[in-house]
Ligand binder design. Sequence first.
Ligand code: NDP
Ligand code: GDR
Length: 374
Amino acid sequence: MKKRALITGITGQDGSYLAEFLLDKGYEVHGIKRRASLFNTQRVDHLYQDPHVTNQNFKLHYGDLTDSSNLTRILSEVRPNEVYNLGAQSHVAVSFEAPEYTADVDGMGTLRLLEAIRFLGLENSTRFYQASTSELYGLVQETPQSETTPFHPRSPYAVAKLYAYWITINYREAYGMYACNGILFNHESPRRGETFVTRKITRGLANIAQGLEECLYMGNIDALRDWGHAKDYVRMQWMMLQQETPEDFVIATGKQYSVREFIIWSAAELGITLEFSGEGVAEVGTVAAVTGDKAPAVKPGDVLLRIDPRYFRPAEVETLLGDPAKAKAKLGWVPEITAQEMCAEMVADDLRTAQRHALLREHGMDMPVSFENG
Ligand code: NDP
Ligand code: GDR
């Protein structure tokens, strides 16, 4: 019998990599997608299977984490062996703009799923993974952060995820459910949403290199993060559900860099040497030199980066550094892709897209480039 998995957030970065991973392992993969006025399945379109064929291994269901009856119906139809709860309003800055919605989806949504599993009598047959986050540490109490580090969330997103963290543990303790938290540090990829900092940088600089944008406007570029690759992290999500007993794990690389360093690496991938000058909001990034042919629209002296206070957060998480020792010791998990390798992959991917846009523009077939920022 094939194992069945249900993934919430399947159209997101992690959901798409996890779906690929599970299909490779021979699973029947079900995912919940939201209804949207435009297609929102770009990240999983390559996995699509015609619903008219038999032996379909990949199935999408319309649903939403705010809708208990919908979740209960999908769970009762699919009766999954494993549920991966990756769905969330996942942008920290947006959670300050939409705190109640974020609490509903990220906090209550987790409760709705757990309660539906229990209500349907699946608590002994369905394993549950909760996408917890290093944002729980917020104002960090010790460095590096491990499974025993106290939490101090700093955003509506993190507070909602704290509820989800504890309700997952509560259902494990109260009902004996196999339910666990992966406390994942930031992880990125070419499929990362365009308004998270790494992708904003790689896409923004690639667009500038090709003459599609003029300047990158950033917030706190001194923030420090422990960045890994999403492909490495979804492998660990699966590994956590294959153990005899459910436990919570920190997933991180144990290495930390600043946003500023990520900007410098990305620019270097495009042959641009960037120098920073000025203080605080007056700081700018200026081109010192350009080599190679990846950035034909850029010349020395151009100001490519400015600080815009609109990207500062009401309460910032200045520094995060994870200690993945438990994951390594108990599961043998080690990340395979470094932050620098990931940065190179992301820049190369965004450069290909920017080059396509530039080529179309050159031939009078201008395509609108979306500039939603975050
Ligand atoms: P994304 O933002 O890329 O994906 C989020 C997914 O959740 C999307 O499929 C989105 O659908 C879906 N979603 C949003 N709102 C709802 C809703 N109301 N009902 C159902 N689904 C919804 O996030 P990631 O893939 O990066 O992250 C996956 C999970 O891991 C999230 O829970 C995130 O908070 C958590 N996490 C992520 C980390 C990271 O660094 N990436 C680190 C730690 C935790 P749509 O496509 O329609 O918007
Ligand atoms: P984060 O990711 O808040 O850590 O949450 P993000 O990439 O948005 O920010 C990382 C750091 O960069 C700083 N920063 C900026 N961020 C954005 N988005 N845009 C900017 O212009 C900018 N300038 C500086 C931020 O202030 C921050 O310090 C991510 C999400 O994936 C969460 O869902 C997940 O839980 C955590 O990672 C772990």
